[in-house]
Design a protein around this ligand. Sequence first.
Ligand SMILES: [Zn+2]
Length: 165
Amino acid sequence: MPHVPELYYCPQCGHALEDKEAFGRARRFCPSCDLIIFRDHKVAAGVLVEQGDKVLLVRRRRDPRQGAWSFPAGFVECDEEPADAAVRECYEETGLEVRVTGLHAVIGPEPAGAASIVIVYRARIVGGELAPGDDVDRVGFFDLDELPPLAFRATRIALAKWRDA
Ligand SMILES: [Zn+2]
């Protein structure tokens, strides 16, 4: 499972949390303000960008999976549209400005890594210049038959679906 931080104190009032059976399973519960804590997935969004028959990939500069490749992706901020997050991450990691053209896949839960649900869009380039940035040290377009080592299960699933389409 992806790492999920344990919760010890109520995020609303600061009281120590307890366990309680609620809505079908044990959940953290605040006895002071009656708050049940519903733990949520950590959501990431990314883009598959085509150029000819090739797909845009980035090499991760940090763990998890440092040195392995993924499509541009990152966490969706809590006040951000998933598609906007995917476009933002693509720009931060590759320098390319893209426009989302459709939803490709929603994948999860991921067994390992930082995100547990990954929303993958298809996108096309509308501007910018290709250069690695943020937590990426290399970027490039790859033929599906000559893919580098891939970072995550979601990466493999998304690319396999792209190949089949
Ligand atoms: Zn509380």
